[in-house]
Unconditional design. Sequence first.
Length: 301
Amino acid sequence: MSKYYLNYLEELESEAIYVLREVWAQFENPVILFSGGKDSIVVTHLAQKAFYPSKIPFPLLHVDTGHNFPETIKFRDNLVNRLDVELLVGSVQDSIDKGRVAEESGKNATRNTLQITTLLDVIEKNKVDCAVGGGRRDEEKSRAKERFFSHRDEFGQWDPKNQRPELWNIFNGNHFEGEHFRVFPISNWTEMDIWNYIKREKIEIPSLYFAHSRKVIWRSNSWIPYSEFLFLKEDEEVVLKKIRFRTLGDITITGGMESEADTLEKIVDEVATMRVTERGNRSDDKRSETAMEDRKRQGYF
């Protein structure tokens, strides 16, 4: 890795740490949205650096859909114990049981959209005024519209056409009672930046990101993991493939790719050749042309 790139990573790190410290200075009850994916792990690592030698001064918030990878939940719990931070958990199953949301039906059913209600309920219950996320502008076109400080109204909704300007490094977190902000410290990072930073910092990540053998089916142009939550169609066959995941979400919608990249070095080399965004294997983003933006308007991550 060139000296220039190392300096570039340091600039990105410095920018993210500045944003995280602004969050702590401007808000009363911030949280980190933690999914167990690489981006939220990097944000958590940056928060460690931002407030060292103290521990991270605000909780991690995880929305548990009940359809998670078991590896993700195990990683989350181990990390929380190691960092000695508070963990808030919102349960989609509880939202279903209480009649707050209705379970989707059919063979392509997911709980992805149902997370919105659960997340907003947890935010309201805990009086969260800022939720820090790992969204990056290069992930998806609607992500590119976000500011660092992204305002949400009293219903948790986002209006992409009515965002506050951000001049230089001045961030406006003023809000009325009931409103909150989503903040994205790593907005300017790319997928390659994330992997090079993970490699440089020796950050532990879930084994799902490394190539491994797994039972999968071919659906929506990607390898979907076989699980108890997956309903097979007549023409679908469960096969064993060596795959890895570029992004993690519900086990029912997260598509894998065939790969031999079982080390960080191999992953970095592989990502350098990619011409499709990492969310290209997420079936939830393929439901419509504006699937992500529609969910974000309603309060999605």
